[in-house]
Design a protein around this ligand. Structure first.
Ligand code: AMP
Ligand code: MG
Ligand code: MG
Length: 271
């Protein structure tokens, strides 16, 4: 597998409390460190706070954990504008943000950021799609465990320690976490651990998708929960009380990849 032109370390911070996080949990910091894929040199950093709209007041626990203050988030853009600014920053460095087979990839510490937090935030903010770059990623814990060879739990602090690295800055502050994760990436590559995709967003984690179905001139509206053809055909069979075996959008047949690109209100013909 060819290596990536760039690696983009990403680490969300989110609203939280001592026990359960607020529901819905929302992103409050969106930071990245951009690495050259060949040299792993730091090319740039991006940071924005994000203003939570459902639970706008941070708990004292959250501020103590992350060092992010109420004033930080009060002055920040809401999630859609923050995400757009992040994508624009990526494009300003020549990184494409649309299409499959992107030449670069996100690196995270664990699967929570892109498997759990981002899908939840997208659904909460009413998105009908997941940006292409956020659909697969490198969880640095996977190459770490491959190098480490032990089954020990690999938190960021444990990984740094095992690799003989200092934890710099403030743990649980997104931009500092990104800088530390970048150091882990460099240390693992120096130990001959390749950075390859370790996880893909499951079809069930895309935001709910309202669709208009059409069969033999009849129409029905559904909300598709999982971007997979069998789910669509199942919903269509139920809506029309007739077995649907094929789906079409525009002038072509629809497959799982096509379903991931569909937008809210799209017309899908079934037969
Ligand atoms: P991290 O990247 O490890 O700083 O964690 C990301 C987010 O997970 C934080 O912004 C919190 O919302 C949540 N989180 C992390 N650690 C804790 C903890 N010990 N207790 C409650 N929430 C946490
Ligand atoms: Mg994290
Ligand atoms: Mg963090």
């Amino acid at each position: 597998m060819a290596s990536f032109s760039h690696l983009v370390v990403l680490d969300f911070e989110a609203t939280c409390d001592e026990r359960e996080p607020p529901d819905p949990q929302e992103i409050i910091e969106l930071p990245s460190v951009l690495l050259d894929g060949a040299t792993l040199e730091v090319l740039d950093e991006f940071e924005t706070f994000v203003r939570p709209v459902h639970h706008p007041t941070l708990t004292s626990f959250c501020t103590a954990l992350t060092s992010i203050t109420q004033a930080d988030v009060d002055a920040a853009p809401p999630f859609p504008a923050a995400l757009e600014a992040h994508l624009a920053w990526l494009r300003s460095h020549g990184l494409p943000t649309e299409g499959d087979a992107l030449p670069w990839a996100f690196v995270t510490c664990g699967d929570w950021d892109l498997r759990t937090m981002l899908p939840a935030q997208l659904a909460t903010a009413g998105f009908d799609h997941v940006p292409a770059p956020h659909r697969r990623w490198i969880n640095v814990k996977v190459p770490f465990r491959r190098w480490d060879g032990k089954m020990r739990r690999a938190g960021m602090a444990r990984m740094l320690e095992a690799l003989g690295l200092e934890l710099e800055g403030r743990h649980h502050r997104g931009i500092d976490d990104c800088r530390n994760i970048a150091k882990i990436v460099r240390a693992l590559v120096a130990r001959h651990q390749p950075m390859e995709i370790t996880a893909e967003l499951p079809a069930s984690r895309y935001p709910p998708l309202p669709l208009v179905l059409e069969r033999e001139g009849e129409r029905a509206e559904i909300v598709l929960g999982k971007r997979a053809l069998p789910s669509l055909l199942g919903a269509a069979s139920g809506a029309f009380r007739a077995q649907a075996t094929r789906a079409f959008h525009g002038d072509g047949p629809l497959d799982d990849a096509g379903l991931r690109e569909l937008r809210s209100g799209a017309l899908v013909r079934v037969e």
